[in-house]
Design a protein around this ligand. Structure first.
Ligand code: HAM
Length: 421
């Protein structure tokens, strides 16, 4: 027996409607803000992520599914969506098109992490990217989109944490301050942090090691090092969120696990789903496109993890849609009636009514049992007398009442009655 790879999950038919609910809500919310879907490949040239996501991140140094294809090229399964979308934006000349470009995606992504609840090796994201708008209103609108998405799902116990990590200019001064602070503690810090010290000391603030966290708790805060422009930008994002009634907390320790961010960064977190509490993360990344060899195009976006959202929805007990069910089960009592049911089913489906017929040669009794188990609202019984009357005996499984309905009226009848109690 071959088992499913570690860190991956099947979505079984009994749960796929929950996924569809989240995906539908994502699409509808993105479209409320006039974002359009973009689809990019599952794998890209490895270099895209090394340059895009950043070669000091855990994702690039430890977690990528990288392999040589049969032509000897190094390719990588996407660990996230932003780099691929940025590549596509550049490659398809979207910077010369209508701006802002407002794009969304629903994707699977791959990271070789230690699997646990809410942390998988293949996981799914709903993400949005907005290109071309540099002002704080674009940041605020992106955050509003994420907020509305979470609200439309029905989540209540979600907290928005906000920070600004400034621009390259503020970060030069800040990185020096961080190095001065960390230098006397380096011996006590983990090997990763010692490696980050020279290359990217801000990444040390994201370390999960207990010993390191104690030290980083006293580190200087980026908000004290913002230049005037970055400070004004952050103030305006905050004031727009205040005006829109979106509650947030400024958390200076949010630095994000990817290198491309500048200015606004944010995370939506919850304590309802155990250790993996970040359901959504994003921010502004004005220098990514330039780093990828293109002219600078301001950008902001986020991605939400669908597995984590589902965990939180269930932990919070949020009401979700029920499983999809057929409206009608067509039950033939004998050979000839079964044939009639087969034809009736075909015409109901053409009319847009989900229905089922027996494909297992079951007895009348076990057909009833099956129909009951699948939760079909109506069972249309056809036997000898119904055949000669040209009408089915339609049982409403919810009320247990029955009615004779002419074959050609069946679709209309079901349409008219299916939403009644
Ligand atoms: P990220 O914070 O790496 O950001 O991932 C976004 C979300 O994906 C996380 O908040 C989490 O819910 C989910 N996620 C990440 N890793 C896993 C995992 N191993 N298992 C389950 N869920 C996971 C990004 O990916 C950026 N591209 C977001 C972005 C878009 N920034 C700007 N635009």
């Amino acid at each position: 027996m071959i088992h499913i790879p570690k860190g991956t999950k099947d979505v079984l038919p009994s749960r796929s409607h929950l996924w569809q609910f989240i995906e539908r809500t994502a699409r509808e919310t993105a479209e409320l803000f006039a974002f359009k879907e973009i689809r990019t490949p599952v794998f890209e040239h490895t270099e895209l992520f090394q340059r895009g996501v950043g070669d000091t991140t855990d994702i690039v140094t430890k977690e990528m599914y990288t392999f040589l294809d049969k032509g000897g090229r190094s390719v990588t399964l996407r660990p996230e969506g932003t780099a691929g979308v940025a590549r596509s934006f550049i490659e398809n000349g979207m910077a010369g098109g209508v701006l802002p470009a407002k794009l969304y995606y629903l994707i699977s992504a791959f990271r070789y992490e230690r699997p646990q609840a809410g942390r998988l090796r293949e996981f799914h994201q709903f993400g949005v990217e907005l290109y071309g708008a540099a002002g704080p209103q674009a940041d605020a609108e992106t955050i509003l989109l994420a907020d509305l998405f979470l609200r439309r799902l029905g989540l209540k116990q979600i907290k928005l944490e906000l920070n600004s990590i400034g621009c390259r200019q503020c970060r030069t001064a800040y990185n020096e301050a961080l190095r001065d602070y960390f230098r006397p503690h380096l011996e006590e810090m983990c090997a990763d942090c010692r490696a980050r010290f020279e290359k990217n000391p801000m990444r040390m603030l994201d370390c999960k090691e207990e010993g390191c966290r104690r030290i980083t708790a006293g580190a200087p805060r980026i908000l004290d090092y913002l230049c005037a422009d970055c400070r004004a930008h952050f103030e305006e994002v905050r004031s727009l969120l205040d005006a829109a009634g979106v509650a947030y907390e400024v958390n200076p320790s949010i630095v994000r696990g990817l290198d491309y961010y500048s200015r606004t960064v944010f995370e939506f977190t919850t304590s309802a789903a155990g250790a993996q509490g970040t359901v959504c993360g994003g921010g502004r990344y004005d220098s990514l496109l330039e780093q990828m060899g293109e002219r600078a195009v301001p950008a902001v976006g986020f991605a939400a993890g669908l597995e984590r959202l589902l965990m939180v929805l269930e932990a919070e007990g949020v009401p979700m849609p029920e499983e999809n069910r057929a409206d009608c089960y067509l039950l033939g009592m004998d050979e000839v009636s079964r044939r009639q049911c087969f034809l009736l089913a075909a015409s109901l489906r053409r009319a847009g009514i989900p229905c089922e017929v027996d494909l297992m040669d079951r007895s009348v009794k076990s057909q009833f049992k099956y129909a009951d188990k699948t939760g079909a609202r109506f069972v249309a019984v056809v036997g000898e007398s119904e055949l000669s009357a040209g009408a089915a005996e339609v049982k409403d499984m919810r009320t247990s009442s029955s009615e004779r309905v002419a074959f050609e009226q069946l679709a209309q009848y079901i349409f008219a009655h299916k939403n009644k109690n």
